[in-house]
Design a protein around this ligand. Sequence first.
Ligand code: ASP
Ligand code: MG
Length: 411
Amino acid sequence: MGLVVQKFGGTSVADATKIHRAARRAIKTKLDGNRVVMVVSAMGHTTDHLLALAKQITHNPPHRELDVLLTTGEQVSIALMAMAIAEAGERAISLTAAQVGLVTDSVHSRARIKHISKERIEAELQAERIVIVAGFQGIDPVGEITTLGRGASDTTAVALAAVLGADHCEIYTDVDGIYSANPRLVPQARKMDQISYDEMLEMASLGAEVMHSRAIEFGKKYSVPIHVRSSFTDNPGTMIVESTPGMEDVVVRGATLKEDLATVVFTDIPNEPGVAARIFSRIADNHIVVDDIMQNVHSGGTRATIGFSMLADDLPAIRNIAEILQREIHFGGAEITEGVSKVSVIGIGMRSHSGVAQKMFEALAESNINIRHISTSEIVISCIINSTDGQKALLKLHNAFALDTLPISVN
Ligand code: ASP
Ligand code: MG
């Protein structure tokens, strides 16, 4: 007998009709001969509304209490889903994270899963129930309520699929799969039949908003095939799977645009051991995530510039840190550039094919787009450009790499 985990996002359970529709899908899967575990998000924009409510009370809500508040959204959905399934004549039970035994660390608002107990879920499946688990939430080792970060119901679902040894994990959402680029920006973007975990991880962190990154990490670590598909049609979506040698024939699988970035360059820094460590530990202490780091050495090797890109949201914090660092290590200044974006091309085929960077730079040059910085990894090439060129660059690259056509093998 198969075991399937089905996750329904907020838009897929936004009202009573949609809850009934999701319930019917789970029931059908059960009647097809599978054991079914559902993971549901809060209805529609509930989580945003709860956050806004908290902000009406205080500008700085304690994270512990925020977690108590936000987890109510998923508790509403699981109860309604269980009622919908019962109404359709099937057996179901809703379970919170505490009832399951989904234990996390104690970092409120971005906790990490440490352990998931199988006993309760397996007993309920044994009793032929559809088990409906609240996404996004956990409890810490002393029973405090935690949440796993925005969008993390995906992570709950894939982690459960891993622990329970599910055949696969289905992510039901309001788009019908993963696209070669954001279809809102690139109308010709193509839905992919499959993508590797590594490519999907890069796409997610480089701006594709479809899935929570940690869910993909779980999928990769425990080899859980993930099927991202629409809850409103029966069409197959995109399978996120382990890469096969054939997948490397496609050199570039997708393109992304990450907007609202800034770059910061510290100039005229002493080029001595420990300076970079000091700068970046200050930044990390403030929980700022920096992206690409670049360093240049000049003045006969005695001075350097160190720069990085980051989310523009973190600029106020960076300005404070720059002032503190200025007192500690005396450098020239902090040059801050706002209004930049990062355009990237992604594909595991880059591991075995060359010429991608050249083609990317030529395409951008043809469109008269200036490149501010370049960074590369094994399967990604990224360029920082002016935000005003963002969409044009994405369209151009999508076109240059023919991402709108069926994947072509490189001979
Ligand atoms: N309800 C949570 C959120 O809106 C978790 C999720 O939907 O995945 O972020
Ligand atoms: Mg989501």
